[in-house]
Design a protein around this ligand. Structure first.
Ligand code: PLP
Length: 459
């Protein structure tokens, strides 16, 4: 097993967590209709449901909470945030919003026309939903390497560039509303996207005159992967790499709840198109609030401006990456199959490999989530057919390319011994995997169903 890299911080404040028994957890699961999102946070021992907004802010960020400027218009914290965004991303216009999906809700209906398709290396679930809500059709176009979890590749998050161009020609340039590069590629396992790939995608976007938007939730973790794995950038600073990545796109939408290490926040960035920014401001005022707070408190803007810099600190990123590698190597040594390599924000356990006897429509990824909670009070979520949902046209269950249980690791929250508990729990489940049965849906809402659906175990 890899050595655990010591944390580049010490603990100043602690949050006690409740321990409970297997018997209690069985009851909680039943009450939650076997949906991880219905469990109470206080009944969870290690919460790996998401790395979104679950991060630990630093003493500096908490100081920022105190000095946040709550002016309705033109607050100091707003200008600090815009300065940070312009400095890090090199974009002229930075618009705060309350979270990533708010950015999608504001931007997508402006740049897309009804009936158009949007093509991504892989859409995240809310991003996919907002393309649909804008009257568009989301298409995934990830590289082939991503589809084979067992085989290592440096940049499994990449777009399949050949297929992208084929899709544009097939649908016709005028029917493609935008191209979205998700970095890192969350749904493929938090996998890295190379600058080379972004360059090639940008060249195609330019050739056909299509807007290129970056879904930038994990821009810093992606930059660190580029530094490690793309020779051209081995001596570049993280900030130089980020500037390079963003220079190829026209705009970005970003959930700041991930790499900007805050609990709430998001950004829209527009490189230089003042007309587009004008439209964004208008929609933002209707949905999010005035331009200079965008659905956030002044204190949120302040801690976000600070977090953006902490999230790109190389020592922090080195530790963060090493924590994932420790968890991944421990699991692989125990024979637990994962999307290889570890993602930037977590390890994606291959539930198809764990439960080859459970078909996609009985949700192997979700099944593994339930088992992990039963076993050790660990909460995770499905990245697979359960999350993907039904085809909006036919109503039939879509089969996902993957069936993962995602171990998303909150930033600066858990220690080495928590990682060891996770490894032990999965080792235990693997030993009884052949007896585990899948799940069926009892009730589901029409969109983003995995957040609310009710399930029951198949007898
Ligand atoms: C989290 C996330 C979003 C949505 O952001 P929220 O802050 O949860 O609304 C969009 N895209 C990706 C890749 C994400 O990880």
């Amino acid at each position: 097993m890899k050595k655990y890299m010591p944390e580049p911080f010490r603990i100043k404040m602690v949050e006690p967590i409740k321990m409970n028994t297997k018997e209690e957890r069985e009851v909680f699961l039943k009450e939650a209709k076997y949906n991880m999102f219905n469990l109470k946070g206080e009944d969870v021992y290690i919460d790996l449901l998401t790395d979104s907004g679950t991060n630990a802010m630093s003493d500096r960020q908490w100081s920022g909470v105190m000095i946040g400027d709550e002016a309705y218009a033109g607050g100091k914290s707003y200008f600090k945030l815009v300065d940070a965004g312009q400095d890090i991303f090199g974009y002229e216009f930075i618009q705060p919003v309350h979270q990533g999906r708010a950015g999608e809700k504001v931007l997508f209906p402006i740049v897309m026309k009804k009936g158009q398709v949007a093509i991504s290396n892989m859409f995240f679930d809310t991003t996919r939903a907002h393309v649909t809500l804008s009257g568009g059709k989301p298409l995934d176009c990830v590289c082939d390497e991503a589809k084979n979890p067992a085989v290592y590749a440096d940049f499994k998050g990449n777009m399949n560039v050949e297929k992208l161009e084929k899709l544009i020609l097939e649908f016709g340039r005028e029917n493609v509303g935008m191209i979205v590069m998700t970095i890192t590629n969350n749904s493929a396992g938090g996998q890295a996207v190379s600058i080379q790939n972004i360059r090639e995608v940008a060249a195609i976007a330019k050739k056909y005159g299509i807007l290129l938007n970056i879904d930038a939730a994990r821009f810093a973790e992606n930059a660190y992967f580029i530094k490690l794995r793309e020779a051209e950038f081995k001596d570049s600073s993280i900030k130089e790499i980020i500037r390079e990545m963003f220079s190829y796109a026209d705009s970005f939408t970003m959930s700041a709840k991930k790499d900007a290490i805050v609990n709430m926040g998001g950004l829209i960035g527009i490189k230089e198109d003042a007309e587009l920014y004008q439209k964004v401001k208008g929609t933002c005022i209707s949905f999010e609030g005035f331009i200079t707070y965008g659905g956030l408190s002044g204190r949120d803007l302040e801690s976000l401006a600070i977090g953006l810099y902490e999230g790109i600190d190389e020592n922090y990123l080195k530790y963060r990456h090493a924590q994932m590698e420790y968890l991944a190597s421990g699991l692989m040594e125990a024979g637990v199959a994962i999307q290889n390599p570890a993602g930037g924000h977590g390890v994606y356990v291959d539930a198809n490999a764990m439960f080859p006897h459970i078909p996609y429509y009985e949700f192997p990824g979700h099944t593994l989530c339930v088992e992990l909670y039963k076993e050790a009070g660990i909460r995770t979520c499905d990245i697979g057919s359960f999350m993907l949902g039904n085809d909006p046209e036919t109503g039939e269950q879509i089969q996902s390319e993957f069936e993962f249980a995602r171990l998303a690791i909150p930033r600066r929250v858990y220690t080495q011994s928590h990682m060891d508990v996770i490894i032990e729990a999965l080792t235990e489940i693997k030993q009884r995997a052949s007896e585990v049965k899948g799940y069926r849906i009892l009730w589901e809402p029409p969109i983003l169903r995995h957040f609310q659906a009710h399930l029951e175990p198949i007898k």
